[in-house]
Design a protein around this ligand. Structure first.
Ligand SMILES: *[C@@H]1O[C@H](CO)[C@@H](O)[C@H](O)[C@H]1NC(C)=O
Length: 136
């Protein structure tokens, strides 16, 4: 556990001193957008993750993608985990931290995803991020 915390802290702090900027897809539509015109530059050192929401509504599947801060994205992701059913009115929120990682159906495993990471680990990581993030 201590090792995990330490590596998480190192991971968090590894960007310190450099400007951290990633690009993400940003769109809100009924398609899993991936065209170049939807690529945006995220706010330097603030928005360190790409967020992807998939909502299953009566009129089809809606996608909402954006840059996000890791704190906000992880909170949203874990908060909506119980609603990520894949059925009607399902809401899935996933977070990832590599450029353009919120593109369509990524097979490369995301750092954190609402479907593949068990709640306790997300909450632990979230706690670490919230507690240790500002110290870095
Ligand atoms: C993002 O930043 C790069 C380099 O800083 C710039 O060339 C590009 O035009 C920017 N893209 C957008 C969509 O603002």
């Amino acid at each position: 556990m201590r090792l995990f915390a330490l590596s998480a802290l190192l991971l968090l702090c590894s960007g310190t001193g450099r400007t951290l900027q990633i690009q993400c897809y940003q769109c809100e539509m009924t398609q899993d957008c991936a065209a170049p015109e939807f690529i945006v530059n995220c706010t330097v050192n603030v928005q360190d993750m790409c967020q992807k929401e998939v909502l299953v509504m009566d009129d089809g599947t809606h996608y909402r993608k954006s840059c996000a801060s890791s704190g906000a994205c992880l909170i949203a992701s874990s908060g909506y985990q119980q609603f990520c059913t894949g059925k009607l009115h399902s809401v899935c929120i996933s977070c990832c931290n590599t450029p353009l990682c919120n593109g369509p159906r990524q097979k490369r495993r995301p750092l954190l995803s609402s479907t593949s990471v068990p709640v306790p680990r997300i909450q632990l990581l979230l706690l670490l991020l919230l507690l240790l993030g500002p110290l870095c």
